[in-house]
Ligand binder design. Structure first.
Ligand code: C2E
Ligand code: CA
Ligand code: CA
Length: 684
């Protein structure tokens, strides 16, 4: 996130730069550097290695940041020990500036780093000067006292060097200084300590004979090579080969670090997942080469949009991940998302081809949507799929997006096919009038026989269908099947009704009454045999609209019942005005009513309520004789449940109906025993 406004850190950097440059100027003018005094092979040798060290630092990836180890510290100290403060500072400043310019750092960073080294090395030179006369030919003999002073001076160099940067970084990252120091202190102290400790050896060897220097340089070069090779390997393990960005492993680690930091500072962090929308097309039609170049460019554009403390990673394929540290709130994130979107909207020119791509961005926030990296990434993924599905460009995670997982979405595609391929079948479950023990109807329940996943329950796929608009054709399918089956039963002498479940979307469809009327007609079934089941929440989603449609349906002679009664929150006064004929007590109250007194009380009062309102009361989830008997004693009208029969295909229910209507044997064997065999295979 770029901020154009001036911030305290700008003032701080300016102050450090001015101070450092003044000191440098003072050294140049004041002490002067008597070239004749210093110019020697030894000086050139050391200076070259200081510059080399700044130009080729060993970059060390460390958790959240990248640190650099450079051999210039060793040779800078060697210069200091042999030639005094001013030459050492000047060479160091020159090397630092050169390294930064080659590394294409911003001009102010170049200046800041020069200032920082100047201050650190000058302070260090002063401390060392207390013990030895640096001007007079430098330190040649390393007594214990000299070495101790060198350590103290090294400590001062380190303290100033790290301290100056730490304040700036802490200001930018909005972290308390101590937090930042704690993160990096041990690493920097040990590496700087080692590098400084080598400098007296370099000085001693060089003092003896310059020819010997390669002898100590050789192991250093080998160490340097080995280190950079192992760092390369480590880099490969944590970075994407194509874009050079962090890979999924490092991304995950950084997300976790960002969470820790946010927790410490009571701030928010965000994880963003970005998926390119039509990347596969590019790859397939233009080839992998173009695809690769495009991905690289996308990586670069994303990096440009973010602050340095944030992370851009390539997670694989055309998926990128972003971590925003210490975000102030959702507005800040929306700002970033806008910048990403407009950066990606600019056409990409890849080998003279103009490519337009779009992206879907999923966002999850710590602590709002998860407290660990895994949860955040998973939720950002859900949000990303939601963004893709809704073509909204981006989405912030919300619990109601949970069905947008890739798995679920692939199921949606298959559900569309399932209807055409005959994988969807309707099962029926009998509803029996308790007092007369006669079957008054069946409830139609949808089943999906998935070729690979086996039976999928409606609780899993109905919500999907509701979200995607598939619910209308699905409901029409069930309605038609149920009415045809009903007609068949009527012809076979079973005068029973069918109940079909309706969803919110379907109820709000103004065409519903017409569609129902048409199907009743084509299947030649009288309206009073059709029962439509609706839950309270479906009706309350839009009470005015519901009332209209229900009134129409009621006017046609179709019966209506309120499903899952007791689980909703609708007002009784309102329900009373609805043209419903039946309430179904939710099975959660019925299943345990013989052991749970609360459930029994709810069942009893619902039965009383229904009767007082003149409604028929159905208990669903009746599994045992005890429950059946209890319901009978309470005056419940109708029972439905495994005790009578599980839902089963039409033919099986036809067999069940025949068995069920045979007269009971004199011993009064439970109804279940008589008819159960014909459908028991369908028990879920
Ligand atoms: P529901 O309307 O409450 O359906 C009753 C559920 O209870 C059915 O689950 C049924 O198999 C189950 N059940 C029946 N007797 C017993 C019993 O004795 N014990 C227990 N434990 N359970 C019993 P199913 O078939 O899995 O349906 C789940 C839900 O899916 C239904 O709840 C209904 O809301 C929805 N659904 C099913 N088919 C359709 C459909 O065609 N359209 C719509 N919109 N929703 C449907
Ligand atoms: Ca139902
Ligand atoms: Ca129910």
């Amino acid at each position: 996130m770029r901020r154009s406004r001036l911030q305290p850190v700008h003032g701080y950097c300016a102050a450090v730069s001015i101070l450092g440059l003044s000191v440098l100027a003072g050294l140049l003018v004041g002490d002067g550097v008597r070239l004749s005094a210093v110019l020697s092979w030894k000086f050139v040798f050391f200076a070259v290695f200081v510059i080399f060290g700044e130009l080729y630092p060993l970059r060390v990836p460390r958790g959240d940041a990248e640190s650099a180890i450079t051999t210039s510290t060793t040779f800078g100290f060697a210069l200091l020990l042999c030639f005094g403060t001013a030459p050492a500072v000047i060479v160091f400043a020159l090397a630092s500036a050169l390294g930064d310019i080659v590394g294409r750092r911003a001009w102010w960073k170049v200046v800041f780093n020069v200032a920082q080294y100047t201050l650190a090395l000058t302070a260090c030179g002063h401390v060392l000067g207390l013990a030895v006369d640096l001007q007079a030919g430098g330190v040649e003999k390393f007594t214990v006292r000299n070495l101790l002073m060198l350590l103290v001076a090294g400590g001062v160099f380190f303290a100033v060097n790290v301290g100056v940067t730490a304040v700036a970084v802490a200001m930018v990252q909005r972290l308390p200084l101590l937090t930042f120091l704690r993160q990096d202190l041990a690493f920097h102290a040990s590496s700087t300590g080692v590098l400084i400790a080598i400098s007296p050896i370099v000085v001693v060897v060089a003092g003896h004979s310059l020819v010997l220097l390669p002898v100590i340089l050789l192991p250093m070069v080998v160490a340097y090579k080995t280190a950079s090779m192992s760092l390369d390997k480590e880099h490969q393990a944590f970075h994407d080969g194509l874009t050079g960005l962090p890979n999924r492993t490092l991304f995950y680690d950084r997300a976790q670090q960002a969470i820790f930091a946010a927790r410490r500072n009571r701030q928010a962090s965000a994880v963003l997942l970005i998926d390119l929308d039509r990347f596969k097309e590019v790859n397939d039609t233009l080839g992998h080469h173009i695809g690769d170049l495009l991905l690289k460019e996308v990586g670069l554009r994303l990096q440009k949009v973010l602050r340095e403390v944030d992370t851009v990673a390539r997670l694989g394929g055309d998926e990128f991940g972003l971590i925003l540290r210490n975000v102030a709130g959702q507005e800040e994130i929306v700002g970033v998302v806008d910048r990403i979107t407009s950066a990606l909207h600019q056409p990409f020119i890849v080998e003279d081809l103009r490519l337009d791509i779009e992206a879907s961005i999923g966002i999850a926030l710590y602590p709002h949507h998860g407290e660990d990296a895994e949860t955040l990434m998973q939720r950002a993924d859900v949000a990303m799929y939601a963004a893709k599905a809704t073509h909204d460009g981006h989405a912030i995670y919300a619990a109601n997006l949970d069905h947008y997982t890739p798995d679920r979405l692939s199921l949606v595609g298959e559900l569309r096919e399932a209807l055409n391929r005959g994988q969807l079948v309707v099962h029926y479950q009998p509803k029996v009038t308790i007092a007369t023990r006669t079957v008054e109807g069946v409830e139609a329940l949808l089943r999906w026989n998935h070729p690979q996943r086996g039976r999928i329950n409606p609780d899993e796929f109905i919500p999907l269908a509701e979200q995607t608009g598939l619910i209308k054709p699905l409901t029409m399918f069930v309605l038609e099947q149920a009415l045809r089956q009903c007609h068949t039963w009527h012809q076979g002498g079973h005068q029973i009704g069918v109940a079909v479940n309706l969803s919110t979307r379907v109820l709000q469809d103004a065409h519903l009454p017409q569609d129902v009327a048409r199907l009743l007609k084509t299947c030649t079934v009288e309206p009073q045999w059709l029962n439509l089941e609706l839950t309270e929440s479906i009706i309350m989603a839009d009470p005015a609209r519901s009332m209209e449609v229900l009134t129409d349906l009621n006017g046609m002679g179709v019966r209506l019942s309120i499903d899952d009664f007791g689980t909703g929150y609708s007002s009784l006064a309102y329900l009373k005005r609805l043209p419903v004929h039946e309430i179904k007590i939710d099975k959660s109250f019925i299943l345990n009513m013989t052991v749970d007194d609360n459930d029994a009380v709810i069942a009893r009062s619902t039965i009383d309520l229904g009767r007082n309102l003149g409604l028929r009361v159905v208990a669903e989830g009746v599994e045992t004789t005890e429950v059946w008997d209890n319901l009978a004693a309470m005056g419940c009208d109708v029972a439905q449940g495994y005790y009578l029969s599980p839902p089963a295909p039409g033919d099986a229910i036809t067999g069940w109906l025949a068995d069920f209507h045979r007269p009971l044997d004199p011993a009064g064997t439970a109804i279940r025993d008589q008819a159960y065999d014909s459908v028991s295979a369908f028990l879920d």
